[in-house]
Design a protein around this ligand. Structure first.
Ligand SMILES: C=C(C[SeH])C(=O)N1CCC[C@H]1C(=O)O
Ligand SMILES: [Zn+2]
Length: 599
């Protein structure tokens, strides 16, 4: 009878889940060894381990198909079976599976080991992205040097990946179809459990809500850059050249805050300078982040975390420097790998990565198949939500990273501007990255016009243009880690929206934010040491992916959908200031078509 069948199904799926967890642990160790020591030998070992895992998964998948789990009464049981009924890339025949793994590994190692020559001394050709190129890009205010670094990096890390990427798209789409998805775009979006094209409608709605704020910020920054570099470099009504914004991908404009902020005579909050003058170390940054989480009654980092993590770039080997957090699915072994430098950006990144580890710790008693974010955006939002408190003036004063004067109107606008250069600026970038890849996977963007489509999106969404003309010899999208490393990117777009919904709820629980109370503003909320906020956060995080994400979001925020209202409320004073300022200077809002050639 059905009762007995369901009982048998329960036995089976929990057994399968346990062995799946053991497989993930084993493959994870090989993957870590490769990412933290890029050699041909380690790449081969990792791919071999992946092949063995995929063969075992295929056998288990055949067995799982025999159960009529759709008729089971228990919701959790049905959800576990549903997740295990999707085989993933292992559905590819062995040879194709191996080829796909190799393509991704080769693109990723090309990105991780790419080197370029200096602008000043062309004989010095050993510049890596981290820390050399990143630091130069953050500090240089020489448009010619920035142009050189931009062009050379996009050649080494982007153009070189074009052929591998094209082949990867074909194989990855084959895997999608074997999993009953139309294409990889459909597969990636299924992670958000939205019906049909609803997920893309949600993304579009959010952009519609945020675009006016972005356009005001874009217009203001363009004016300040024109003041600095002259109108022969920055036009009055055109897109902004992408190499002048302090970041290789123009995804965050924080590095130009110092010479563009609204009230320059107000003391600058220069966290990087404070950290350096206080002899901060990478370890201290990690200990401070761990202490913040513990202050909320959340979990401490376990011993293996401090023992096994790599928090500074090794000098004796090549590694994948791009920051990452790892769950080895044994309840004890959790690691971060990052090439920390002592600056504001890495202070943020450290909290971002520690947020991933905290999520792993909170859901570590879930079945393995539920040890995941409620949706991929949740996982990216945990650390950033905490960092919203950490980067508040109140908290920075608390930890001695800024001194003196309490909030006055102008300082608050400067603070919101600094936050906006990270959080508002990022949204059209993230939107462009996966709009581009959706088109590629759907076939509406072909290899013959990869770069043309990429720059059309960059111009229409971000209001940027390339510093030099582009052709289809280039492949600028792959100059961004996630495109070379096959990491979906809409997760960050979602994260930068929901983290403000989480932050607002936590601030209310901490008594730090009261709507309409001018002494309890969102911009100066710091939930540090609030057990009430921490417990509510933990209740959501513990769920992992055991329920559809609206249930998880509702537990913390009472909302069941992602909405830009949290972000817009946080930045409202800045929005009003920007509108008034752009009116005062008569700045043109938006951008006319670029005169650069890229299609
Ligand atoms: C820090 C990570 C590792 Se999950 C990252 O890739 N982030 C964090 C914010 C956006 C995105 C990026 O750097 O492009
Ligand atoms: Zn992340």
């Amino acid at each position: 009878d059905l009762e007995a069948l369901e009982l048998e199904g329960r036995e089976y799926i929990f057994q399968l889940d346990k062995s799946a967890g053991a497989r993930k642990n084993k493959v994870g160790i090989f993957e870590w060894d490769y990412y933290s020591n890029i050699t041909k030998e380690n790449e081969e070992k990792w791919i071999q381990a992946r092949i063995e895992q995929s063969q075992q998964e295929k056998r288990a998948w055949e067995e799982t198909k025999m159960y009529r789990w759709q008729d089971f009464q228990d919701f959790t049981l049905r959800r576990m079976f549903k997740k295990y009924s999707k085989l993933g890339v292992s559905a590819l025949p062995d040879e194709k599976y191996k080829q796909l793994m190799k393509l991704i590994a080769d693109m990723e190692s090309n990105y991780a080991t790419a080197k370029i020559c200096e602008y000043k001394d062309r004989s010095k050709c050993n510049l890596s992205l981290e820390p050399e190129i990143t630091d130069l890009f953050a500090k240089s205010q020489d448009p010619e040097e920035l142009k050189h670094l931009w062009v050379e990096w996009h050649k080494e890390a982007g153009a070189k990946a074009r052929n591998n990427f094209t082949e990867y798209v074909g194989l990855y789409n084959e895997a999608a179809k074997l999993n009953d998805y139309k294409d990889v775009a459909d597969w990636w979006q299924s992670e958000y459990e939205a019906d049909a094209d609803n997920f893309e409608q949600q993304l579009a709605k959010i952009w519609e809500d945020v675009k006016p704020l972005y356009q005001q910020l874009h217009a203001y920054v363009r004016k300040r850059l024109r003041d600095k570099y002259g109108d022969h470099i920055v036009s009055a009504r055109g897109p902004i050249p992408a190499h002048l914004l302090g970041n290789m991908w123009a995804q965050s404009w924080n590095n130009i805050q110092s010479f563009t902020r609204p009230y320059p005579d107000k003391k600058e909050i220069d966290i990087t300078q404070s950290m350096k003058s206080q002899n901060y170390t990478a370890l201290k940054m990690f200990q401070m982040s761990d202490e913040f989480f513990r202050s909320l009654n959340l979990s401490a980092m376990p011993p293996k975390f401090w023992k096994n993590s790599i928090i500074e770039k090794p000098t004796d080997r090549e590694i994948v420097c791009h920051a990452s957090a790892w769950d080895f699915y044994d309840g004890e072994d959790f690691r971060i790998k990052q090439c920390t430098t002592i600056d504001y950006e890495y202070f943020q990144t450290t909290h971002h990565e520690m947020g991933h580890i905290q999520y792993y710790l909170q859901y570590r008693n879930q079945p393995f198949v539920f040890r995941d974010g409620a949706n991929p955006g949740f996982h990216e939002a945990v650390g950033d939500t905490i960092a919203l408190s950490v980067s508040s003036p109140k908290h920075l004063r608390r930890v001695g990273l800024t001194t003196g004067d309490a909030e006055d109107e102008q300082t608050e606008i400067n603070q919101l501007y600094k936050m906006g250069l990270d959080k508002i600026v990022f949204l059209p970038f993230a939107y462009a990255i996966d709009q581009f890849r959706y088109g590629v996977f759907r076939g509406s963007t072909t290899p013959e016009d990869y770069n043309c489509h990429y720059w059309k999106l960059r111009e229409s969404l971000q209001g940027l243009e390339p510093p030099v003309n582009r052709t289809e010899e280039d492949f600028d999208a792959a100059a961004k880690y996630h495109v070379s490393a096959n990491v979906e990117y809409a997760r960050y777009y979602v994260s930068f929206i929901i983290q403000f919904q989480f932050h607002r709820a936590l601030c209310q629980l901490a008594g730090e934010y009261v709507p309409e109370d001018l002494n309890k503003k969102l911009v100066d909320c710091d939930i540090y040491q609030s057990i009430a906020a921490g417990n509510a956060f933990a209740n959501m995080l513990k769920m992992g992916s055991s329920k559809p994400w609206p249930d998880a979001m509702e537990v913390l925020t009472g909302q069941r959908s992602m909405k830009a209202d949290g972000l817009l409320e946080y930045f409202r004073p800045l929005y009003e200031w920007l509108q008034a300022e752009n009116q005062r200077t008569g700045e043109y809002i938006g951008w006319e078509p670029s005169k650069m050639q890229y299609c």
